[in-house]
Design a protein around this ligand. Structure first.
Ligand SMILES: Nc1ncnc2c1ncn2[C@@H]1O[C@H](COP(=O)(O)OP(=O)(O)O)[C@@H](O)[C@H]1O
Ligand SMILES: O=C(O)C1=C[C@@H](OP(=O)(O)O)[C@@H](O)[C@H](O)C1
Length: 287
C-alpha cells in the first residue's frame, strides 16, 4: 500500500460545526517513496465523524491519481472543498470573487466549481455582455463593432455584476487593462489565475479559437499562432494582472503536487488553491 504524507504548503484548514480539522499537504515527496494521506479525524456537522485517516492507494494504478491532485476530485476532496468554501464564504461576508487571467486560464471552469463551494452564484462577464447585446456573441461584437465597443460593454457588465453580492465572476481576459474596471472589481476580491503561456496555447489549440476573436486564425498551426498572440497580450497585461489581491500560480501548484505538466492539475485542485490564497489575503487584511 502506498501512502502520501501531507504536512505543509497546501493548507486546507476547515472549521465546521465548531470543530477544527486540518488537512495538510506536504509537497515534499518522501525519500522512501511512501505515500500516505494523513488527515485528522474531522468532527462533522450532525456529529458525524469522518475518519479521513488514510486514503488507500494501490501501488501501481492509483498512486499517480493522488499525486496529480485527482484526490481533490474524490468524495473526500469534494467535501474538503465545500468545507473550505464555507469557511472562506464567512470571511468574504458576501463580497464577490472576481477571477482574472488570460484567455483559457480556466476562469470559467474553476469559477463554476468555486461558486458551488462558496454557495455563490456564478456569472461570466462575456455572457453578460452577450445578454446586454441581445444575444450577439463576443466574436460577432468584435467583428461587427470592434474591440473598443466590446470594452465599453464589458465595463458596463462589470459595473452591473459588481452590484450583486455573493457571486463568483469569471471576467474576460482583457478586463484588467481598464482602470475603471478595477473600481468595479475592487468591490470584491480579485484572484489572478497565472497559467504559463505554453499551457494556455495548448488548451486553446485543443478547443479552437472561434470564440476568442483576438486569437482567431484559420491557420492549421493554431498552437504557434495562439502562443505568439498570447505572448504579446501577456506582456501588455502582466502589470495589470499583478494588481489582483491574490495569485494562484499553476507552476507553483504543479511543483507542489509533484506534477510536470500544469495541464494535469484538476480544476477542483485549482479551486481549492484559489480558496486558500483568497483566505490568506483576507486574513492579511484583517491584521
Ligand atoms: N484545470 C483544467 N483541466 C483541464 N481542462 C481545463 C482546466 N481548466 C480549463 N480547462 C479547459 O480549458 C479551456 C478554457 O477554459 P475556460 O475555463 O473557458 O477559460 P477562461 O474562462 O479563462 O477563458 C476549456 O476547454 C476548459 O474545459
Ligand atoms: O483576453 C481578451 O482580451 C478577451 C478574452 C475573452 O474572454 P476569456 O478570457 O473568457 O476567453 C473575451 O472577453 C474576448 O474575446 C477578449
Amino acid at each position: 500500500m502506498k501512502a502520501l504524507t501531507y504536512g505543509s504548503t497546501l493548507q486546507f484548514s476547515t472549521s465546521v460545526g465548531g470543530e477544527i480539522g486540518s488537512f495538510n499537504q506536504n509537497c515534499k515527496r518522501q525519500q522512501t517513496q511512501q505515500h500516505f494521506i494523513n488527515l485528522n479525524p474531522l468532527k462533522l456537522e450532525r456529529h458525524r465523524t469522518l475518519n479521513l485517516v488514510t486514503a488507500h492507494v494501490s501501488k501501481d494504478s492509483n498512486a499517480h491519481d493522488v499525486e496529480s491532485g485527482t484526490f481533490c476530485d474524490s468524495l473526500d476532496g469534494k467535501w474538503l472543498l465545500k468545507a473550505k468554501g464555507r469557511e472562506v464564504a464567512s470571511c468574504l461576508d458576501g463580497q464577490c470573487l472576481f477571477l482574472v487571467g488570460m484567455m483559457g486560464s480556466g476562469k470559467t471552469t474553476v469559477g463554476e466549481i468555486l461558486s458551488d463551494a462558496l454557495d455563490y452564484t456564478f456569472a461570466d462577464s462575456d455572457k453578460y455582455v452577450e445578454k446586454l447585446m441581445g444575444g450577439t456573441s463576443v466574436a460577432q461584437i468584435f467583428k461587427e463593432s470592434g474591440e473598443a465597443y466590446f470594452r465599453e460593454y464589458e465595463s458596463k457588465a462589470l459595473q452591473k455584476l459588481s452590484l450583486v453580492p455573493q457571486q463568483v465572476v469569471a471576467t474576460g481576459g482583457g478586463a484588467v487593462v481598464r482602470p475603471l474596471n478595477w473600481r468595479f472589481m475592487r468591490q470584491g476580491i480579485t484572484v489572478f489565475l497565472d497559467v504559463p503561456l505554453d499551457a494556455l496555447a495548448r488548451r486553446i489549440a485543443a478547443v479552437g479559437t472561434d470564440s476568442r476573436p483576438l486569437l482567431d486564425y484559420d491557420s492549421a498551426d493554431c498552437y504557434t499562432k495562439a502562443f505568439t498572440a498570447l505572448s504579446a497580450l501577456s506582456k501588455e497585461r502582466s502589470e495589470a494582472y499583478a494588481n489582483a489581491d491574490a495569485t494562484v500560480s499553476l507552476l507553483n501548484l504543479a511543483a507542489c503536487v509533484g506534477l510536470k505538466d500544469v495541464l494535469d492539475i484538476t480544476p477542483t485542485t485549482i479551486a481549492m488553491e484559489v480558496l486558500v490564497q483568497a483566505q490568506k489575503y483576507l486574513n492579511s487584511k484583517r491584521r
